[in-house]
Design a protein around this ligand. Sequence first.
Ligand code: ATR
Length: 284
Amino acid sequence: MIITGTTRLLGIIGDPVGHSRSPQMQNRALVEAGLEWVYLPFHVLPERLEAAVAGLRALEIHGFNVTVPHKVAIVPLLDRLSPEAAEIGAVNTVLNDNGTLVGHNTDGFGLIASLEQDAGFDPHGGELVVVGAGGAARAAVHALCGAGAARVVIVNRTVGRASDLAEQYGARFPEVRIEVRPTLPSSLARYDLLLNTTSVGMDGSSLAADPATLGSSAVVYDMVYSPSESPLLAAARLMGLRRANGLGMLAAQGERAFTLWTGLTPPQGLMKAVLQDTVLGSRF
Ligand code: ATR
């Protein structure tokens, strides 16, 4: 990578940001595409978010990713939002369009692409269970409803958070049956997808979600990718079910962001391969 006076700048803001794999995968794709651009990590504390966004504007950064805990807080600091980002109420990608900061959300696209590529799953017409009602679930439920799900059951221990989601998306997607529960249904036999959007499973702890009652054609998707096989995915493997972790989603949201910034499609599979190398090579 050669940095000159005309190198374009991309980056990611988060707190923490040191664990992010986005710099590796984005820089590899930039190099492969022959672009003289660079993607850097920026540690931004919550109380400095406003100053950081003003600084990135002043530096005429071309675009940046936004990660925890800034995805919602950045919304009022931007000039415009894509329809998806506005409906989800969270931004993971910002494009600087000649001085106008436009917020996008590519997480939902990443999920739908990964479900298809990694698990051969199309949500259209499906009955789906989504565990969690936080930021990741907001993007997921929005995307699943947009992809034509027939029914989405949101399971969250804090049921009020799930109800807020159901109410908002129920108005946006009146054709989808959206339901809320504090615990998983006792039988999952009628469901086509069990999706974990929570971080439970990252530390080896097990989600109170047992895939044992799923039918044999159901898919289990866990956004957790480190460890690469969470207890939930291990249980799904023992059941012989189709399954995938969140690595493909992380790659696909990054591919979409890359395209928003550069107008180019990154080489097929490159970002996922870089992620696999970095995750497998890490202490996890
Ligand atoms: P993210 O942006 O990653 O989704 P978040 O907005 O903090 O993070 O949401 C975390 C989600 O994981 C929530 O649905 C949370 O449940 P609550 O709304 O009840 O807090 C869920 N979660 C986190 N730890 C959990 C645990 N140990 N058991 C069950 N759910 C958990």
